[in-house]
Design a protein. Structure first.
Length: 303
């Protein structure tokens, strides 16, 4: 009897091949979503041309806000709330769609939480680059939350929207200082010497905030959802549950591209560092290891 291929076997083989192809395709797609590739994207537009029209202007405190601004706890600045366009339609998929967001007034730490400040509250210093004046790093989201709770009303983790609003300082450019990288404003891969630096050594943004871009990534309170909501949002706090928390701003080991204001990445709230292998089994770049945070504070109702 001639040896005809068994049609079932052939279908099985075909199915296996298709399955493999689909699997490889999925891997290729999802690796686009890892922290490895995200840093490098969105760097090709003609930002130089737009740059010429941008002017850096510090945000002035309106006379009617002076009292509230003066009541900012030590180390915090008053952030006058407002509406802005959050997100970026021309970078990574999870930064779109651009949508209008309004946030209330709040206070925000001028600096990333330093190791000295952390140690005073928490009694230990987990940082890889020990220096009392440098940002604390290698802390989980829950560690940061515990610090916030211990700080008795003077600290909460900012929402993602508050973080982006504050980081922009009303700029609609790629960075708060314009569209081209400028190493006077941020510690990043090209100027950091592969380490964190004491806070406040680079130039501040329009609100007087330091190191919003670079030095260490910063935890926000939002659960990560790759899809931003559509339409106008007021004081958004993100989706009600998720697997990862949003971290923002890039770190000393990020490329210039990773420091763009709208860049989002995500980290499991129990991780102190970005894992070498994701939950999807992809090998991760080892460099994105440094996450810290800064505190926000809601303006007391009596103010
Ligand atoms: Ca930072
Ligand atoms: Ca990203």
């Amino acid at each position: 009897m001639p040896n005809f291929p068994n049609p079932d076997k052939t279908m099985d083989n075909l199915r296996n091949i298709l399955f493999c192809l689909a699997f490889i395709f999925c891997l290729a797609c999802s690796s686009e979503e890892t922290n490895v590739s995200e840093q490098e994207q969105g760097e090709t537009s003609d930002f130089g041309a737009i740059q010429e029209n941008f002017k850096f202007e510090p945000v002035a405190i309106a006379p009617e806000d002076k009292v509230i601004a003066d009541k900012a706890p030590e180390g915090m600045v008053f952030i006058k709330g407002g509406c802005f366009i959050l997100g970026n339609n021309f970078a990574q998929v999870d930064e779109a769609p651009e949508h209008e967001v309004c946030v209330d007034d709040f206070y925000l730490d001028k600096y990333e939480v330093t190791q000295a400040r952390w140690e005073k509250v928490m009694g230990f210093n987990p940082s890889k680059f020990p220096n009392p004046d440098s940002p604390v790093e290698q802390i989980t989201f829950y560690d940061a939350l515990e610090f916030a709770e211990e700080s008795k009303g003077l600290c909460r983790i900012p929402t993602e929207a508050e973080w982006e609003y504050a980081a922009r300082g009303h700029a609609d450019t790629r960075y708060f200082w314009g569209n081209m990288m400028n190493d006077q404003y941020a510690w990043f891969k090209d100027n950091s010497g592969t380490q964190t630096h004491p806070v406040g050594q680079t130039k501040p943004n329009q609100f007087g905030l330091y190191d919003m871009m670079g030095n260490v990534w910063e935890w926000t309170s939002d659960w990560y959802d790759a899809a931003y909501p559509r339409g106008k949002q007021t004081n958004p706090t993100g989706v009600s549950e998720g697997e990862f928390k949003v971290v923002r701003g890039g770190a000393f080991d990020s490329s210039a591209g990773g420091l763009r204001i709208t860049n989002r990445t995500w980290l499991h709230p129990t991780n102190k560092v970005f894992p070498k292998v994701t939950t999807y089994g992809q090998a991760m770049n080892e460099v994105y290891n440094y996450v810290g945070f800064r505190c926000a504070m809601t303006i007391p109702a009596s103010s």
